[in-house]
Each structure stands twice: as structure tokens, then as C-alpha cells.
Ligand binder design. Structure first.
Ligand code: 2YP
Length: 263
């Protein structure tokens, strides 16, 4: 396992102890996710060294995806006798979550598209696709966003080879159906089979993209809300709007995929 900044990883785990008392009765994804409340939203924290893809652990600045990844990596850690979790286990989980088959082999080995992030997580036995077994609605993958917008990604803008590899990855991922809940099928009160702590991936009509945002399902006063790193509020928040209302308010958001960590 490639070394990473142990201090930062330790920070992730210490964050846990800061307010472990709060919400201790909640699902681990919620109780550990709540510890990130008010953590600043910062994009591109994984793009530290475009020439050298290595594990980045930075729980002090998160985007929607890294927030879910850090919480999941911690939530699936077995607890040690003293209730702590090991830094090495956290890092190993994070590599399994973030990289294809748990192997860091350059920028394109990172699971950039959530369609593949989900497939990998299911294959590695870390998550299950609960929308697949509870919703009859499906979408088909049609991914091309990264290879058609290389200028948005430093590791693509300067590397035709990486763009070509991303194109191959996109082609391999395309044409597959996945289950989701269309926006108009999601009530403010959520659905009986969507539980606290479920991972929500918000589907999109942006050409070439499958998912545009992620977060953690959290019922508040019988309303299904989203615990997420908000690029609008620039920090981790519990949405004041219901998830259903958030979808209605964003013309680019079409529905949700629902994943669940395996305990
Ligand atoms: C991902 O974007 C990136 C990964 O490269 C990156 O842009 C793509 C296709 N993938 O490793 C990862 C972590 O930084 O972010 C996410 C992005 O959501 C942002 C982060 C957000 O809402 O905070 C994932 O893909 C989740 O939804 C999409 C969204 N990307 C775009 O909308 C282009």
C-alpha cells in the first residue's frame, strides 16, 4: 500500500471521536457523516500531483464524493477492542472504494464515474444496490463527459494518452442498465425501502454523465433529507429541503440511485 499522509488519516479518525456521542443510535454512515458537519466544501482535493496518482486522505476539505468515500471507509472498518479503528484499515478501505479492484495504477485507475464506483463497490462486497431490488425504473449508461471535456481535468488536459484510456473505460461502461428512482417518483417523506445511512447518487441529464452529486440519506421529522457536502453552501450540511424538493429545484437532476453499505 502506498504511503499517505498519516497525520491526515489520523485527522479523519480523530474527527470521529470529536462528537461520537451525538447520534450514536444512528446508522454508522449517519453517525460518522454527522461528524463532518460544517467541514468546508473544496473541489479537486485529489488532484495534488497530476504526475503521480497516490492515495490522498484529506478529511478537512471534502467534495460530495470524497465525503461519502471517507465516511464509508470508516463505517466499514471493524472496531478494535478499544472502540478505535485502525489507520491502516481506513486507508486500505479507501483504496478499495476509490480505485478499480483496489489497485492504484495511475489517474485512470481511479473510479471517476459513479457507475463504475458502484460496480466496484458491489464487486468488493462493500455496498449493495438497493434501487436494483426495489425500483423498476432503469437508465442506460452513456458516458463520455471526461473524454469530451478534457480541459476540465488537469490529468486529461495534458495527456492525450489518458484521454484515450478514459475513452476506452467509457466505452466499456456504456450500454448497461441500472435501476434508479425518477425524481417524480420520490415523495418528500422518502420511500419505505430507503433507509437512514443509504448512499444517494443523484442522476443527471448532463450529456455524457450518469451522476452529478452524492450524499447520505437522513430522515428528519419524517422528511427524507440529504447529509452532503454542498457546493452551494460550501460545507457539509443536512439539507433543509427534502431530497425530493432538491431534485425538483434542479433541472439537471433526474432522480436517485440508492446504495447501502454492507455491515
Ligand atoms: C468526481 O466528480 C470526479 C472524479 O474524477 C473525482 O467528474 C467526474 C466524472 N468524476 O475523483 C471525484 C472526487 O473529487 O469527483 C463528482 C462530481 O461531483 C462533485 C464532486 C460534487 O457535486 O461535489 C462525481 O461525479 C459525483 O457526481 C459527479 C460530479 N462530476 C461532475 O458533475 C462533472
Amino acid at each position: 500500500m502506498k504511503r499517505f499522509s498519516a497525520i491526515l488519516a489520523l485527522g479523519c479518525l480523530l474527527l470521529g471521536s470529536a462528537s461520537a456521542m451525538a447520534q450514536s443510535d444512528n446508522h454508522p454512515m449517519v453517525s460518522k457523516g454527522l461528524r463532518y458537519l460544517n467541514t468546508p466544501y473544496v473541489a479537486h482535493t485529489l488532484e495534488i500531483d497530476p504526475a503521480n496518482e497516490d492515495l490522498v486522505v484529506n478529511c478537512d476539505e471534502v467534495d460530495c464524493t470524497t465525503f461519502v468515500e471517507y465516511v464509508l471507509a470508516e463505517a466499514i472498518c471493524p472496531k478494535m477492542a478499544n472502540g478505535e479503528i485502525s489507520e491502516g484499515q481506513f486507508a486500505d478501505n479507501l483504496i478499495k472504494i476509490r480505485y478499480r479492484n483496489g489497485e492504484i495504477k495511475g489517474y485512470t485507475s481511479r473510479l471517476h464515474y459513479i457507475a463504475e464506483w458502484v460496480n466496484n463497490g458491489v464487486k468488493q462486497g462493500m455496498i449493495e444496490d438497493v434501487a436494483a431490488t426495489n425500483s423498476r425504473f432503469t437508465m442506460k449508461t452513456n458516458l463520455s463527459f471526461m473524454s469530451s471535456h478534457p480541459e476540465l481535468y488537469p490529468q486529461l488536459a495534458n495527456s492525450p494518452a489518458n484521454v484515450a484510456t478514459m475513452k476506452q473505460i467509457e466505452e466499456a461502461l456504456n450500454g448497461f442498465e441500472f435501476h434508479y428512482v425518477p425524481q417524480e417518483q420520490l415523495p418528500n417523506g422518502g420511500l419505505s425501502w430507503i433507509k437512514n445511512g443509504d448512499i444517494i447518487a443523484i442522476t443527471t441529464n448532463i450529456p455524457g454523465l450518469d451522476v452529478a452529486h452524492m450524499g447520505i440519506a437522513m430522515y428528519v421529522d419524517n422528511k427524507l433529507t440529504l447529509l452532503h457536502a454542498s457546493s452551494v453552501e460550501k460545507k457539509v450540511v443536512i439539507s433543509t429541503l427534502s431530497l425530493a424538493q432538491m431534485l425538483k429545484n434542479n433541472a439537471k437532476w433526474t432522480g436517485i440511485r440508492v446504495l447501502r453499505m454492507k455491515q
